[in-house]
Design a protein around this ligand. Structure first.
Ligand SMILES: [Zn+2]
Length: 288
């Protein structure tokens, strides 16, 4: 599943290619979108900006029209030059936005809607987003307050709750807990303030480390590659995620995994480095 950093990089790539340019062609196989195209027209509008908000992407067109999309598990946006061969099958195309210089293609994008600024502000799931971890001025106080308001929630579930703070997906969830030495099944009420602060600051550090200029490859905007261990070998790029039964990189204890929360998202952790009692003082793991 694309996480906040992936959407952020995709939005940045689309923004650089499209912003300031006039739409010369718009296509979609999504019935909701084609209806708007007939009614008010996309061709001829100028793309003002492309932004990421948590895991949502917004493409802003002139005349108060905003295309809201969410990648969920399967979607991706690619940028091509006109006439360039696509790296995905044409049948997977859901949305196409073309200018004189570029073609942006959304493949398998499951959620896409047109909005005005007013309707977007009312859109459930979007209007309740918590502070964005990738925002230039991240609101850490609000994020901490919202986390603390869910005293009985397990921290591994809370980190994925986008209304508390936005941007963390299932991979980062496990990595962040490991980096802070915190068992993901502990309830928030059992966490010290400094442990919560470690989780929030580590989340931001990991996400920011993955949106540096050198971390994106510019053409394919979703790759799924992430760096949290600071090692060059892609096999070594994560601490615990998807490493069930493999030795912990710090203490050699086999990594465990279990489904967590009502959405049954798999959580990975080291039972030695992340005890349920929380007795171990927080540890710091450098990113990047
Ligand atoms: Zn360990």
């Amino acid at each position: 599943m694309p996480e906040g950093d992936t959407i952020y990089r995709a939005a940045r790539t689309l923004h650089r290619a499209l912003a300031g340019h006039v739409v010369t062609k718009f296509e979609s196989v999504l019935p909701k979108l084609t209806r708007v195209d007939f009614d008010s027209g996309i061709v001829g509008r100028t793309i003002e900006k492309v932004e990421a908000e948590g895991k949502w992407m917004t493409i802003h067109f002139s005349g108060d029209l905003i295309l809201l999309s969410h990648m969920l598990m399967s979607g991706s946006w690619h940028i091509y030059r006109p006439g360039e061969a696509w790296q995905r099958r044409a049948v997977d195309m859901r949305i196409l936005v073309e200018t004189a210089s570029f073609v942006a293609v959304g493949f398998n994008v499951p959620v896409a809607e047109f909005h005005t600024a007013a309707s977007l502000a009312r859109r459930s799931g979007f209007n309740t987003l918590g502070p964005s971890l990738l925002a230039e001025e991240f609101d850490e106080v609000t994020a901490l307050t919202r986390l603390q308001s869910r005293a009985e929630e397990e921290i591994g579930v809370a980190l994925l709750t986008q209304s508390l703070m936005s941007g963390i997906g299932n991979v980062y969830k496990s990595e962040i807990c490991f980096a802070c030495g915190i068992n993901p099944f502990r309830r928030i009420s059992a966490l010290k303030k400094q442990e919560l602060e470690c989780l929030v600051s580590t989340a931001r550090k990991f996400l920011l480390a993955n949106v540096t200029e050198s971390s994106g490859d510019g053409i394919v905007t979703y790759t799924g590659m992430r760096r949290t261990t600071g090692r060059a070998n892609p096999e070594d790029r994560l601490w615990v995620y998807h490493r069930r039964g493999e030795p912990c990189r710090k203490c050699d204890t086999p990594i465990e995994s279990r489904k967590q929360g009502i959405d049954a998202r798999t959580t990975f952790w080291c039972p030695a480095c992340q005890p349920t009692s929380g007795a171990i003082i927080q540890r710091s793991v450098a990113a990047g």
